[in-house]
Design a binder for this molecule. Structure first.
Ligand code: PMP
Length: 351
């Protein structure tokens, strides 16, 4: 700790990202990346952008990318905001849309960046418990609040909240913004984008890091009523008016346009998730019903998640476990290729 740090920095509790080993030998099933490359059309567009005019600033409004996102969802471009990964989009939303004097509500088992932002932006929070089946219970979101956020599907459980329950939360909170973090929605969940016309308090946040295999270029977006989006633009332009470079804007735009490649990739991951779930269950794991590109699994009686994590690591396979009370005996396993998942299963048999 430095004497030059402000009091605010001294009190921060920064997010610790999952391990990104330099060693390429690992089978990496720990940070929910996509095992397949991005759309060939997106890769080619990025190569062209690199050999193009990088000496010029990018489009500060990212119009082409916003249009590609709007076309994908058949909505107006004015309803789209883009940023440097959905983490940054969420940060702007915390500044632009949360009431400072009331607590933010989010599930007690959820994405661990939310408490980090609460601390950074000085926002109080209340963590609403999941029910005994690890589901989000809309009734917990009827208390006084300054905004609500939850991932759908939730992380790290992978469990989905049906759209009628999302609507219940929106209806019981007409004066609060409800942020639905849909980082994993493309693997079998239902997006709430179709609800933005009816609910001016809804902001849907998505990313190209997972279903579009572009974690490396950091692109995320938000969709909501044009007034909410304008609030986000005001914050963005007070922070960094060029959040996305030329390469990122072009690559992301082509990735959004290549619907066929996107769908085939997602379908493959869903199929692998289902076969991996069966294989883990056959080994005695208790697997929560996932609609994400990862599964959350409790090892058979008598085996510890931490011990399995360490043993797999020794064998060159990285997964994730959490040191949080209620889920400390669970492993989170990202869905890799069929071959990678087979190696995981084979290794588990020897532990
Ligand atoms: N939301 C959730 C629930 C996540 O798990 C992640 C990925 N760790 C993100 C948002 C952020 O994704 P990115 O910044 O790569 O878009």
């Amino acid at each position: 700790m430095s004497q030059f740090w402000s009091q605010r920095v001294q009190e921060l509790d920064p997010y610790v990202p999952g391990e990104q080993p330099k060693n390429q030998q690992f089978i990496k099933l720990n940070t929910n990346e996509n095992p397949y490359p991005a759309s060939p059309k997106a890769l080619e567009a990025m190569q062209q952008a690199v050999s193009g005019s990088l000496r010029l600033y990018p489009d500060p409004n990212a119009d082409q990318l916003k249009q590609s996102i709007a076309d994908f969802y058949d909505i107006d471009k004015a309803c789209v905001f883009v940023g440097n990964g959905s983490d940054e989009v969420l940060a702007h939303a915390f500044v632009a849309l949360l009431k400072q004097d009331k607590p933010l509500l989010y599930p007690d088992i959820s994405y661990s960046f939310y408490p980090v932002y609460c601390k950074l932006f000085g926002i109080d929070s209340i963590q609403v418990p999941l029910n005994d089946s690890f589901e989000i219970d809309p009734r917990g979101y009827q208390q006084d609040n300054g905004a609500i956020i939850f991932p759908n599907p939730n992380a790290p459980t992978g469990m989905v909240l049906p759209l009628d329950a999302v609507e219940q939360i929106l209806q019981s909170n007409p004066t609060s913004v409800v942020l639905v973090d849909e980082a994993y929605v493309d693997f079998g969940g239902d997006t709430a984008v179709s609800l933005i016309d009816r609910y001016p308090n809804l902001l849907v946040v998505q990313t190209l890091s997972k279903s579009r295999s572009l974690a490396g270029i950091r692109v995320g977006f938000a969709i909501g009523n044009a007034e909410l989006i304008e609030g986000l633009e005001r914050v963005k332009n007070s922070f960094n008016s060029y959040p996305l470079g030329r390469v990122e804007q072009l690559g992301a735009s082509y990735a959004m346009q290549d619907r066929e490649y996107f769908e085939s990739c997602c379908n493959q991951i869903i199929a692998t998730r289902e076969s991996s779930t069966k294989a883990l269950e056959a080994l005695g794991f208790d697997v929560l019903p996932s609609k994400a590109n990862f599964i959350f699994a409790k090892p058979p009686q008598g085996q510890s998640a931490e011990a399995i994590y360490l043993a797999l690591r020794e064998k060159g396979i990285l997964v994730r476990y959490f040191k949080v009370a209620r889920i400390s005996d669970y492993l989170r396993i990202s869905i890799g290729t069929n071959e990678e998942m087979q190696q995981l299963i084979d290794s588990l048999k020897t532990i």
